[in-house]
Write a protein that binds this ligand. Structure first.
Ligand code: SF4
Length: 279
């Protein structure tokens, strides 16, 4: 069986930066380090950090917090104020692409636009973005479920959303509002990974997508791959691979989400090689 690994599989620039900063801090400070929510959407990495005494919390009144790390997804101005009030040492690893989207939300609000955030309401990045948008801001992830809009509407999009969802919602909003200002804030890494995954999925018999089940960008890759490949499997670790999946498979692809560490992808590839030899 031929195994093709996507070139861009694994950590994106923003996640790599956040991970490097956090592991360095864990080594230097040792105690009292917390991340505001899980640092990345990958349970294996979060567990590794816990073993290095870097814990996760959203309770900003814990007595033993000394250093608080803001993850790549960013937070709302309200959370920044609370951290300042509590006097914690703040380490901000918000991805610059997310900062840019936050800034556009703020500008649109100041210019009097009703802000529409295309994204998943419960995603931490979207919760943070909402804090920069006005009280009339909306979160939308389906063109068919648009509520009534104001005359002036400004659009931003969660950095890891699919271009297809963005395109459909923009078209629908444009047909309803009188004035529309659009910022496409999908990050380059997300767009490139999606293009690469779609091309790979189209030329293999089976594709394995490695990444957290709670990772938005990994789930987008799964969805996209299913449009062009009949056998698509989403796993978090090599242990989940099943030999039967590979029956009759000549060519298999592997890729990973933006928050999937290289060592997990390597493990998966190794196990696939073992399965191939044992057939
Ligand atoms: S996926 Fe994009 S926006 Fe999110 S952390 Fe990575 S580079 Fe930044």
């Amino acid at each position: 069986m031929e195994i093709i690994i996507a070139k861009g599989a694994g950590f994106c620039f923003g996640v790599k930066r956040a991970i490097d900063i956090t592991f360095k801090l864990a080594q230097e400070e040792g105690k009292g380090i917390y991340t505001y929510g899980p640092l990345i959407h990958n349970p294996q990495v979060v567990e590794e950090l816990r073993q290095k005494h870097v814990f996760t919390t959203e309770n900003l009144e814990l007595p033993d917090i000394k250093t608080l790390i803001i993850r790549t997804h960013g937070v709302s101005p309200r959370v920044y104020s609370k951290i300042e009030e509590e006097g914690y040492n703040l380490v901000d690893t918000t991805c610059p692409f997310v900062k840019k989207a936050q800034n556009f939300a703020k500008i649109l609000t100041e210019e009097g636009y009703q802000v529409i955030i295309i994204g998943d309401r419960d995603h931490p990045e979207v919760r943070g973005l909402l804090g920069f948008a006005g009280d009339d801001a909306l979160v939308v992830n389906n063109a068919q479920h648009l509520p009534p809009l104001k005359k002036k509407v400004g659009i931003i999009v969660q950095t890891t959303q699919s271009s297809e969802t963005f395109r459909k919602i923009v078209l629908e909003v444009a047909s309803r509002a009188r004035e529309v200002k659009i910022y496409n804030t999908i990050c380059d890494s997300t767009s490139q990974r999606a293009r690469e995954t779609e091309a790979l999925a189209a030329k293999v018999d089976l594709i394995i997508i490695v990444g957290g089940k709670n990772s938005s960008n990994t789930n987008q890759l799964v969805k996209l791959s299913r449009t062009v490949c009949a056998k698509v499997y989403h796993i978090e670790t090599a242990d989940e691979l099943e030999t039967e999946w590979f029956t009759g498979v000549q060519k298999a692809g592997v890729t990973g989400g933006a928050s999937t560490p290289q060592w997990i992808i390597d493990d998966v590839v190794e196990k696939m090689k073992e399965i191939s030899v044992g057939r």
